[in-house]
Design a protein around this ligand. Structure first.
Ligand SMILES: Nc1ncnc2c1ncn2[C@@H]1O[C@H](COP(=O)(O)OP(=O)(O)O)[C@@H](O)[C@H]1O
Ligand SMILES: O=C(CO)[C@H](O)[C@H](O)COP(=O)(O)O
Length: 566
């Protein structure tokens, strides 16, 4: 990595689930000349509320906005210092966030959880994208929307997910009306951090479109719809949100002078409007034209495709005009747990002998399991899993579905389970690809980015074999952060040394590697046979013939609750 003393740079910060990752990028070449990572001190808050000892109810997943502030104030100075550049060489800052990750704040932007009177109330904290405790609200919202014949439902695959904005808002209103009342604004973390950087409250079209049921043509749902949910929500948009939605690449404002001084940049440095980790990755993998799927593969997988017309695809997270790139309909679908499932297995399922062997061989557990699983042939373990450890966000859109593994015997080995879990997530991706193609959204090429392609070659080969498609890999190991740095160059504009539009920025700053994962014909044949079995199980447990997963989840909630009160 080398910095040119005369070069122009932008900073991209990717606010992930566990950490914030920042890159300093050369605007002329896209070279990432410095990176810096801040691991969130409070991470994902899903058991105990910090500073209170209070246990959280099931399915809560919160975050601490102080972690986002620490990310900014730690990583930016570190980037500038390690690259050895002058502050005026940084012409712009862009950010992307997980989403829908949202919080209630005061009119001046102060998060309610920073106020002593609300610090012990979980609803005053950030609700992370994978907060699943608003499922009941999502169910009721969907039923009311269906009854009223709301047209917006079709744009979201027929169901609004409990991960999205309004189920979370409604949960706050019902379970903590005092928090709802005290919240002057309800805002995506992506927009909140831009507010913190610039002092300007802005709202971006991507989070509004995909997560808050907004469209360029129709705006937000009607007041009547919100009133039908709860009369207290009638004016939620006008009272607590904003109808002024800015397109991607817009300038949100300049860096606040006090903050600029703290982080060592020039006051007024251009800051782009907020963006979403998955969406921002699309141009950063070079994709600026339709029918190419970009998969952001990490804790979860987001599947992104550009199209030239609006098609209604079962279970997709959403289709939003201009939602990814201007001039296209942007489609998003997803799997809510992928890397998280492997993390769960490595943490909770691997026997001590494997830990010892990994230590002896100087490897991590993932690497050991990958090495052992690589010598297995498709189908030979006799295992088949359903990848719903964190519910289903793909065609079924149901967070009450759970994971399952079939075919175990006394001879089953850890590497077989690890491989079956990877295969299950790949089958989950194939379901999504089939759903798109069935509705005429063609997928001609696939591009992958995120943490997984760099870490697990077996996984990438299995995805190619299961789907029967070639996978190209983004050049950057920090694709979302690079995408944010690209949008920063657009927000800065040509006159400050940036670009006129994101297509030009992609042309100059994005890239893919030479390496391509190609499907093996024999493996694909076996996997197609297994996929047929996966689809049978998928429909049996996921579409109603057997609701045992939901009954078990209800039992768990009942008995966990009673144990807690004993
Ligand atoms: N070698 C590996 N093989 C498979 N999964 C891995 C491996 N190493 C880490 N992971 C998983 O990758 C996920 C993190 O992905 P990453 O893209 O870095 O983060 P995020 O999705 O939060 O942006 C974690 O869920 C972790 O369990
Ligand atoms: O829904 C999203 C994007 O639309 C979330 O941001 C995403 O699923 C979380 O991403 P990651 O797995 O990279 O933490």
């Amino acid at each position: 990595m080398s910095a040119d003393a005369r070069g122009r740079y932008t900073i991209g910060i990717d606010f992930g689930t566990l950490s914030g990752r920042a890159v300093l990028v050369d605007v002329g070449t896209g070279e990432e000349v410095a990176t810096s990572v801040y691991e969130y001190r409070n991470g994902v808050i899903d058991e105990v509320l910090p500073g209170t000892g209070q246990r959280l109810p099931p399915d809560f997943a919160l975050q601490d906005p102080a972690d986002y502030v620490r990310t900014v104030e730690t990583t930016i100075p570190e980037l500038v210092r390690s690259a050895g550049i002058r502050p005026e060489q940084v012409i712009g800052i862009g950010i992307d966030f997980t989403s829908c990750t949202m919080l209630p704040v005061r009119a001046d932007g102060t998060p309610l959880c920073f106020l002593p009177e609300f610090a012990a109330n979980p609803h005053a904290w950030v609700k992370l994208w994978k907060h699943h405790a608003a499922q009941d609200h999502a169910n009721r919202l969907n039923a009311i929307a269906r009854e009223r014949g709301e047209r917006f439902l079709a744009r979201y695959g027929g169901k609004i997910s409990s991960e999205w904005f309004f189920p979370k808002v409604w949960q706050i209103l019902e379970e903590a009306p005092e928090v709802y009342a005290a919240a002057d604004r309800l805002i995506e973390a992506a927009d909140w951090i831009v507010w913190y950087l610039t002092g300007n409250e802005t709202r971006n079209s991507t989070t509004a479109g995909y997560k808050a049921i907004w469209s360029k043509r129709e705006g937000f749902p009607s007041r009547d719809f919100f009133a039908a949910l709860d009369p207290r929500l009638t004016d939620v948009v006008d009272r607590k949100m904003s109808r002024r939605i800015l397109p991607q690449g817009s300038l949100a404002g300049g860096l606040r002078p006090e903050l600029a001084e703290r982080v060592g940049l020039v006051p007024g440095t251009a800051v782009a409007v907020g963006n979403v980790d998955a969406h921002v990755a699309v141009p950063a993998t070079t994709v600026v034209t339709p029918n190419k799927m970009v998969m952001v593969m990490g804790t979860s997988i987001c599947h992104m495709v550009l199209g030239t017309e609006e098609r209604l695809v079962e279970g997709m997270c959403g289709v939003v005009e201009d939602g990814i790139l201007p001039g296209f309909f942007g489609y998003e679908a997803g799997q809510s747990a992928v890397g998280d499932i492997f993390a769960w297995y490595v943490e909770h399922g691997v026997p001590p002998a494997y830990h010892d062997e990994a230590r002896r061989r100087g490897m991590g557990l993932h690497e050991l399991l990958e090495a052992k699983a690589s010598s297995l042939r498709p189908g030979e373990s006799g295992l088949l899993a359903l990848d719903w450890w964190n519910g289903n966000r793909s065609v079924l859109v149901d967070v009450d579905l759970t994971g399952m593994m079939l075919g175990m015997t006394l001879a089953t080995r850890p590497e077989e389970i690890y491989r079956a879990l990877i295969e299950a997530t790949a089958f989950g991706t194939r379901v999504i690809m089939d759903a798109f193609e069935e509705k005429g959204v063609r997928i001609e090429e696939v591009y992958a980015c995120g943490g997984l392609p760099d870490r697990n070659r077996l996984l990438m080969q299995i995805y190619a074999d299961v789907t029967g498609r070639e996978f190209r890999i983004a050049r950057s190991a920090n694709t979302p952060a690079l995408g944010s740095a690209m949008f920063a160059a657009v927000a800065a504009g040509r006159e400050r040394g940036g670009y006129d539009d994101i297509v030009e920025a992609a042309d100059r700053m994005a890239g893919v590697r030479d390496q391509v994962y190609r499907p093996d014909g024999a493996s694909h044949t076996v996997y197609t046979e297994l996929y047929r079995e996966y689809r049978l199980l998928h429909d049996y447990f996921g579409r109603g013939p057997n609701d045992v997963m939901k009954r078990l989840k209800a039992l768990r909630a009942r008995y966990r609750g009673s144990a807690a009160t004993c």
